[in-house]
Design a protein around this ligand. Structure first.
Ligand SMILES: Cc1ncc(COP(=O)(O)O)c(C=O)c1O
Length: 241
């Protein structure tokens, strides 16, 4: 059986094709859709083929609001708009502009781990938590999301224009650059100082009374047992094994 495809976020044209699995050259048996399916009217769909399609029959899965006419009409209108307004092509073209702009301005900078994406599904992965960027971007008039603590995630509307994409770049790039400048690799002098502070030994004052007593007892035991071994005439090499 082929894997199932969760296309809830990445499906419906976002990556430039109806489904993201089409880029991967696989054909899942089950595909899940929701979110953008009806442009905001709540709806979800489970598509199945082959043996998987026979698992559910009409009536198997009842739901109060499942497949209601309003939601289905909104979904049909959305699918028609994606097709008729060329939104998949738009996602591919505008996503390409965003991705190229972000890569050119940010890839390889300290603090930036990766700029990745497909169509209008883009992630800028930083090397440390960057949740503050959400507030900073909001103050600058841009709504972004940070997922997994350190990935700036962009999922803009499929109708985004080139001008809007350039505006996104003009706000986001300086914010990430300034985040990146705050990433200061330790200077040589700081490293030297840090190394000088590392002790390779412990002092009595590093232990509590109980720990000290335990160590003292262990040391005495090692000393006693080693002198007992020496008394039996075993070689030093044999003892250390
Ligand atoms: C990729 C993906 N799959 C599935 C879901 C689940 O959707 P629901 O909120 O209906 O449980 C979400 C929701 O955010 C999602 O992002």
């Amino acid at each position: 059986m082929a894997p199932d495809g969760d296309e809830v976020q990445c499906g419906l044209g976002r990556t430039g094709k109806w489904f993201v699995y089409q880029h991967a050259g696989i054909q899942p048996d089950v595909v899940l859709l929701a979110k953008g399916l009806a442009s905001g009217v709540p709806i979800g769909a489970c598509l199945a083929r082959g043996a998987a399609a026979a698992v559910f029959k009409p009536g198997t899965h009842g739901s109060t609001f499942g497949g209601n006419p309003l939601a289905c009409a909104a979904a049909l209108a959305t699918l028609a708009a994606i097709e008729e307004e060329g939104l998949m092509k738009n996602a591919e073209r505008i996503g390409g502009i965003l991705l190229a702009g972000l890569r050119e301005a940010l890839a390889g900078r300290p603090g930036v781990a990766e700029v990745r994406g497909h169509g209008l599904m883009i992630g800028v992965e930083l090397d440390r938590p960057c949740g503050d960027l959400v507030t900073q971007a909001l103050e600058a008039g841009l709504l972004i999301n940070v997922t997994m603590d350190k990935v700036v995630r962009l999922l803009p509307p499929l109708i985004m224009s080139e001008g809007e994409a350039r505006e996104v770049l003009s706000i986001l790039v300086p914010l990430v650059r300034s985040f990146s400048r705050r990433h200061r690799p330790p200077s040589r002098a700081r490293m030297k100082k840090a190394r000088a502070g590392v002790r390779h030994y412990l002092q009595f004052k590093d232990f509590s009374r109980e720990e000290y007593e335990h160590l003292f007892a262990r040391t005495r035991w090692i000393k006693d047992s080693s002198s007992a071994t020496s008394a039996t005439g075993r070689s030093k090499t044999a003892r250390s094994q």
